[in-house]
Ligand binder design. Sequence first.
Ligand SMILES: *Cc1c(COP(=O)(O)O)cnc(C)c1O
Length: 373
Amino acid sequence: MSEQKRIFVTRSSMPSYEEYIEAIKPLWESRWLTNMGQYHQQLEKELSAYLDVPEISLMVNGHMALEMAIQSFGFPEGGEVITTPFTFISTTHAIVRNHLKPVFCDVRAEDGMIDISKIEDLITEKTVAILPVHVFGNLCDVDAIQHIADKYSLKVIYDAAHAFGVTYKGTGVGNFGDVSIFSFHATKVFNTIEGGAVVCKNHDLYEKLYNLKNFGIRGEELVVSVGANAKMNEFAAIMGLLNLKHVDAAIADRKRVYDKYKAELAGVKGISFFVEDPDVKRNYAYCPIIMGKDYSLGRDGLYDKLKENNIFSRKYFYPLTSDQACFKNKHKKEDLDVARKLAESVLVLPIYEGMEEEDQNRILQLIISDIRS
Ligand SMILES: *Cc1c(COP(=O)(O)O)cnc(C)c1O
């Protein structure tokens, strides 16, 4: 048997080689490679328009964007942040690295979002913020979360790493809460190779973030505050400017792949999809399927079978971040039954711009053949 093509869960979107080479040429003239150069500024401008947000600060990656977004509020050490464990480990690390305590809230079975009915029970006098995640580009219940936050004077920080370009009733996802972060990692819908951003409403916060990402430097001889280095460089910004031109086409092509998975799998016994809110314009970043007990191979069995055929799906998000080795027994674990069940039953299928039909058919056949045999 000939070696089967390897198919990964995602594949980075890129401009053509010629386009990128042409676009980076000016850097050999200017020799200005980072430090909020021309392309950094241009990308901030274009992204603030595309994402429909008033202020955006570009960062070296999504994780640092989240760390700095949290840090910008200056919460007291030991403050509690209500968050979910059904996410990438970055979310929880960012809280802990800010010397704050994650307090894990369970999620909803139908879409993996924070369960708003369980938030209030977790609020104590130490609670400083709610940090929900728009998992898989679905949308949290932003109105209800804001209502709770207002009632208890809490900040709302969204991890919108999955939600680039997502809108709710026509409003850009970055407009909810006090602040949101995006990731522009190579594996995300929109990438700058490595990169990320914090988006916010007020310019004071933008200025604070500027200091945090550039050592607090405000003049040749002036440092106004303590900061780190988390700036996006010019090569990354140029990658972003070019990818941004193509991102609508990339999302449309992901939709093609997603719709086909859904059409072929929605009726299969033991396989279901997350509920989709018709008010949300989606970005098709991921194709998660939920495996029930009627699917005889089970989630892990299907993962293994695909892997044996050189198809690399992912068990996102297993284990829950709260159950990871580094956090075992460190943080209070509330009732996380729904999240734990999801972690054991979700499989994310390969989806990316330009996925060949023949490859997708091979994946579908492997999933469906188990049912029919
Ligand atoms: C990717 C991701 C991050 C971190 O972004 P990086 O750009 O990889 O640092 C944070 N949260 C979630 C939910 C992510 O998927």
